[in-house]
Write a protein that binds this ligand. Structure first.
Ligand code: XLS
Ligand code: NI
Ligand code: NI
Length: 440
């Protein structure tokens, strides 16, 4: 490949060294080919690096400019810089031992003066991505389009009051789908961007949400035309940048998909920090999507309980990853989705090696959580407690109600005869919580 010198000189391939290793540039838990529930860890987890945070994140925040030291960013021509960055990205994926990546169109290639110019740049970068994928076996977990940075998207994209903004966004998604398809992407994500509102007085909510559905139908239809069979995902986020985003949480998104006839085509891509912004636990979002048959993929990160915005931190909390992996195993796994690190190193962690520490920590936390969740399932003690808690539903009356053969009148008869319901049993929350800790 074009890169002559290494971007991450001095850092070799990150290897599994086991829980007792003292080497901080090694995995303690992520052993890609080790089997868990009969399947290699890499296939359970399908880890992906986010191109936007890891290769485009500058560390800027509302109080100051970027801080990241990225010695490879030497090209002033945006397309040349974009091409050089692809080499760096694949060196990173290779050294990290991560199988997938995800991108927005404008992360990988520069925004041009015209749509045609932007498309041309994207094609040139896609050539380079394709070469690297072929050489390395790395794959695209999902692609998406950035429909929120350019000022034309100030009022949203598919939900903009400006019809030509909608049209431009449609053209951008067409191209992003083509590139995702060409690169063998396993999926395509819709995240709302600025699809939402700051003020209801100046917003025709029904018209905007109708337009969002029309837009998604166009994407699903175009995917069919070009033979893209990857999974579509909708990524819930309740607020930020808008005060209300239409893709608020799993329940809201699933209702939207069903109301507009999109439920056969689109699943959820659930992000931890977005769940907490919505006032939910990640486990809630996964369980809700899972029980409805909409669990697709996850954006792995974490928020900070003391900071109220989408801080997109790398996940290191094993209790959290255990909850996540338990739900994922319960609902049959993520494939063709995966675990995408939609996470950024802190502004204060500005050296290239911090990118490794961040991803190693996240991958290890998930691998650890996977092993714990599998142990819990193998042992069956949690399931036994749950079965006991719902035991009355397995009796004759419960079975009749669950199968739909009872009515209000028949139940009234039953309770008139009994006079009072059987006494409730303790919920044993503390026992359940203590049991979980025995596996940690
Ligand atoms: C932003 C979202 C974004 C999506 C992809 O908050 O998480 O990164 O994952 O557009
Ligand atoms: Ni995300
Ligand atoms: Ni986010």
């Amino acid at each position: 490949m074009a890169g002559t010198s290494e971007a991450f000189a001095g850092i070799g391939k990150i290897r599994f060294e086991g829980p007792s290793s003292k080497n901080m540039l090694a995995f303690r838990h992520y052993d890609a080919d080790a089997l868990v529930e009969g399947k290699p860890m890499r296939d359970h987890l399908r880890f992906a690096v986010s191109y936007w945070h890891t290769f485009r994140g500058t560390g800027s925040d509302p109080f100051g400019p970027g801080t990241m030291i990225r010695p490879w960013e030497t090209e002033s021509d945006p397309l040349k810089a974009a091409l050089a960055r692809v080499d760096v990205a694949f060196e990173f994926l290779d050294k990290l031992g991560c199988d997938f990546y995800c991108f927005h169109d404008r992360d990988v290639a520069p925004d041009g003066k015209t749509l045609a110019e932007s498309n041309k740049s994207l094609d040139a970068v896609a050539d380079r991505l394709e070469q690297h994928q072929k050489q390395s076996g790395k794959r695209l977990l999902w692609g998406t389009a950035n429909l929120f940075s350019n000022p034309r998207y100030v009022h949203g994209a598919a939900t903009s009051p400006n019809v030509e903004t909608f049209a431009y966004a449609a053209a951008q998604v067409k191209k992003a789908l083509e590139v995702t398809h060409r690169l063998g992407g396993a999926g395509y994500v819709f995240w709302g961007g600025r699809e939402g509102y700051q003020c209801l007085w100046n917003t025709d909510m029904k018209r905007e949400v109708d337009h969002l559905a029309t837009f998604m139908h166009m994407a699903v239809e175009y995917a069919r035309e070009i033979g893209f069979t990857g999974q579509f995902y909708f990524e819930p986020k309740p607020r930020e940048p808008m005060k209300h985003q239409y893709d608020f949480d799993s329940a809201t998104c699933i209702n939207f998909l069903r109301a507009y006839g999109l439920e056969k085509h689109v699943k959820m891509n659930i992000e931890t920090n977005h769940a907490t912004l919505a006032g939910h636990e990640m486990q809630h979002e996964l369980e809700y999507a899972g029980m409805q048959g909409f669990l697709g993929s996850i954006d792995a990160n974490t928020g900070d309980t003391l900071v109220g915005w989408d801080t997109d931190q790398f996940p290191t909390n094993v209790y959290l990853t255990t909850q996540i992996m338990h739900s994922i195993l319960k609902y049959g796994g993520l494939a063709p989705g995966g675990v995408n690190f939609d996470a950024k190193v802190r502004r204060e962690s500005f050296e290239p090696v911090d990118l490794f520490h961040a991803h190693i920590g996240g991958m290890d936390a998930f691998a650890h959580g996977l092993k714990i969740a599998a142990a819990m399932r193998a042992d069956g003690a949690l399931q036994k407690l749950l079965d006991e808690r719902y035991a009355s539903w397995s009796g004759p009356l419960g079975k009749r109600i669950e199968s739909g053969s009872e009515s209000l009148a028949s139940l009234e008869k039953e309770m008139l005869a009994k006079g009072e319901a059987a006494a409730c049993k303790s919920g044993r929350q503390e026992l359940f919580e203590n049991l979980i800790n025995t596996y940690l």
